[in-house]
Design a protein around this ligand. Structure first.
Ligand SMILES: C[S@@+](CC[C@H](N)C(=O)[O-])C[C@H]1O[C@@H](n2cnc3c(N)ncnc32)[C@H](O)[C@@H]1O
Length: 261
């Protein structure tokens, strides 16, 4: 199989169609688990189009929220998101955060750690910018164990001999990988949790459009029209629909949290 092109994050509106809803579903459960007190200063590392930033603003009564992401296309959407009003967004990289030491009470990576080429450095940076006693947390789809929302498509692509694009550091998405990263970074009171979420779609067509709209599926773009039609038919054949034609799919994320010493 040819190496797939890397996953790109260029278009915040397309991301919203594909991953925004999933991000809200899993992010909401993650916030419930964190149960943070009000009044914290947060940094949302890899904030993307602001899907999770919005949850911080709306549900966590923060004193401030900073969001950072390398993609200007994602940030442009985040800046227009009414639910994230008041958050400050800027371009930057998880492995070189443009913040002073101990500036924040909490740092999070929502569906990001497996995209960071050097996750060890990414966690060290979150730890550096959080005050003593503060929270460092993350969650990621359990990509290597079939937990991603794209899994039925990825699986059928592989059966057709097409390698789907994958997050470059996908091995850290395993629950034991996250726990090890957090402990090795010297974080205390490390806890992990699996988060399973179900998303319903009005029809298979809705599922297909919503799951392929975002250019995360760059390998699909590289397939011929005939291959794409074959892929779609194979995915449809394995997705059960109810009497009304609705489709539901369940995804699984792994979450981790710890405290700065
Ligand atoms: C799956 S999206 C998650 C976006 C958002 N946090 C959410 O929950 O919807 C992954 C994001 O990680 C960003 N990203 C990729 N590499 C990064 C890096 N080295 N540092 C920070 N963010 C990165 C991408 O630009 C993208 O917006």
């Amino acid at each position: 199989m040819a190496d797939p092109q890397p996953i790109r994050f260029k278009d915040g509106a397309a991301y919203e169609l594909t991953m925004g809803k999933w991000s809200h579903l899993v992010g909401g459960r993650f916030v419930d688990w964190l149960a943070p007190p009000a009044g914290l200063a947060w940094v949302d590392v890899g904030c993307g189009n602001g899907a999770f930033t919005e949850l911080l603003v709306e549900r966590c009564a923060p004193s401030s929220v900073d969001g950072i992401d390398p993609s200007e296309g994602q940030l442009a959407f985040a800046r227009t998101r009414a639910g994230a009003a008041g958050a400050r967004f800027q371009v930057g990289d998880a492995t070189a955060l443009p913040y002073a030491d101990k500036m924040f009470d909490a740092a999070v990576m929502a569906l990001v750690i497996f995209f960071v080429p050097d996750p060890v450095k990414g966690v060290a940076e979150m730890r550096r910018v959080v005050k003593s006693g503060g929270i460092v947390a993350a969650y990621a789809w359990d990509v290597t164990r079939g937990g991603a929302p794209f899994e039925p498509i990825w699986d059928e692509m592989r059966r057709l001999g097409v390698e789907p694009a994958q997050p470059p550091s996908k091995d850290v998405s395993r629950i034991e990988g996250l726990a090890r990263l957090w402990r090795d970074a010297g974080l205390l009171s490390v806890e992990t949790r699996e988060i399973v979420v179900e998303r319903g779609f009005a029809s298979f067509e809705h599922f297909w459009t919503a799951t392929t709209a975002h250019n995360v599926n760059v390998a699909i773009e590289a397939m011929t029209a005939e291959q794409q039609a074959q892929l779609k038919a194979r995915v449809q054949a394995r997705m059960p629909t109810d009497a009304a034609g609705r489709v539901a799919f369940t995804s699984k994320a792994n979450a981790v949290k710890g405290r700065v010493a």
